[in-house]
Design a protein around this ligand. Structure first.
Ligand code: FMN
Length: 409
């Protein structure tokens, strides 16, 4: 029997095959130990997602430098300190023939003041917008700093491979360091890492090449890029297409298309509707353009809420793979449901509120992110989804202290 489009396996350029077209996209878990190691909760959470049926699960952002973390509770992999737990995490997350790819990230200047007094960036351009006050002004990276960062990405990728992760994803979007280099609004450098797109893309190209060299040609390497930063004068669709073409030329296995930064959180959907459920697929048109321009599998994430969204996305050529993040936090078995039962009710994201208007207005993205982290925590010990926005803020404060109280994503 021919599998339905969503159940069809996909062979990647490196020769590996994903068992179907559904992906649990990256969501930072906030579950790491104080020293940045994976915890037993990671094992429970990722085992559950692996049994949930997606062909691929991407981890929350793993930091490649312990001095530079994007948010509290992220895993940090810089040396051989947590190898046993990393192995256990990879084992738990790859049951049921699931691929588990580690997302590699360096936040650059998107590292809040409460965690990092000395952030770095391509140029000494402060964080824009009303969230700027939560971030210290960054220092411009030197060439030798950049060389070290390239090496760090590659080294973390090597540890991922050696501990049993079945692939890696380089985070080059969402306003983090590599994205800052790509952006003409953030990158004012006049050396070989700035200027035209070739210069601004140099860090990404070097990171990709260094990672590929360490993990080998038979190991999946994906890159997540922005369709657009949504910032005037920032990285936009034409340049995003050119970056995708360059990555394809270099031999990337999957390009994931997303968008936005902390200041312009497009990756979470329409700001007007805090549920992010407008019925629109985020970045669908750009993902289709990328797919038409390159001969590499494209993964599109954002706004998919039910089997027919997924089927239509594949049919309309928006992507070869369809990513879901919040719906799979709410329903870890959603991929099985979609593949086995086909259409079912649309997953409705809750409209989150603390019931205190000024608090909601001030911290919409913080409430949202904290609420989803609280649900990931609940999944690990089998509790049902629950709690409101205020409970989520309380949860984040208890877990991470005041460091958690700043806008995220
Ligand atoms: C709680 C939370 C944490 C997230 N963490 C990450 C992350 O670590 N790395 C990343 O690339 N995207 C992250 N994202 C963005 C998601 O991968 C995804 O792009 C976004 O939620 C839109 O997809 P959805 O509509 O299916 O939820 C996060 C989103 C949420 C809600």
């Amino acid at each position: 029997m021919t599998p339905t489009p969503v159940a069809a396996p996909l062979e990647l350029p490196c020769g590996t095959t994903l068992k179907n077209r559904l992906v649990k996209s990256s969501t930072s878990e906030g579950l790491a130990t104080p020293s940045g190691g994976p915890s037993n909760q990671h094992l429970d959470l990722y085992r559950r997602w692996a049994h949930g049926g997606s062909g691929l699960v991407v981890t929350g952002g793993v930091m490649v430098d312990s001095e530079h973390r994007g948010e509290p509770g992220s895993v940090v992999v810089t040396d051989d300190r947590h190898l046993d737990m990393l192995r256990s995490w990879a084992t738990a997350g790859t049951v049921n023939d699931t691929h588990l790819w580690m997302q590699l990230n360096h936040p650059g200047k998107q590292s809040p003041r409460s965690m990092n007094k000395y952030p770095v960036a391509p140029s000494a351009v402060p964080m824009a917008g009303r969230i700027g006050r939560y971030f210290a002004d960054p220092r411009e990276l030197t060439i030798s700093d950049i060389d070290l960062i390239v090496w760090r990405f590659a080294y973390t990728a090597l540890i991922a491979r050696e501990t049993g992760f079945t692939g890696v994803q380089i985070q080059a979007g969402h306003g983090y360091l590599i994205n800052q280099f790509l952006s003409p609004a953030d990158n004012l450098r006049t050396d070989e890492y700035g200027g035209d797109l070739e210069g601004r893309m140099r860090l990404l190209v070097e990171v990709y090449r260094a990672v590929r060299k360490k993990v080998g040609d038979d190991f999946p390497v994906s890159v997540r890029i922005n369709a657009s930063d949504g910032v005037p004068g920032g990285f936009g669709e034409e340049e995003s297409l050119q970056v995708a073409q360059k990555l394809a030329e270099l031999g990337v296995d999957v390009i994931e298309v997303s968008g936005g930064t902390y200041a312009t959180p497009l990756m979470l959907g329409d700001e007007v509707d805090a549920t992010g459920d407008t019925g629109e697929i985020f970045f669908g048109d750009q993902a289709r353009r990328v797919r038409e321009a390159v001969d590499v599998p494209v993964l599109v994430t954002g706004g998919f809420r039910c089997a027919s969204d997924v089927e239509k996305g594949l049919e309309d050529g928006l992507g070869d793979l369809i990513g879901m993040a919040r719906p799979m936090v709410l329903i870890p078995e959603l991929a099985n449901d979609i593949i086995v039962h086909g259409d079912r009710e649309r997953v409705r994201l809750p409209r989150l509120t603390t019931h205190i208007e000024s608090l909601d207005e001030h911290s919409e993205s913080l409430v949202g992110i904290s609420w989803y982290e609280m649900q990931m925590d609940r999944i690990t010990d089998g509790r049902a989804i629950g709690g409101d926005g205020l409970a989520a803020l309380w949860f984040a404060a208890k877990r991470h202290g005041v460091r958690a109280m700043f806008p995220r994503r």
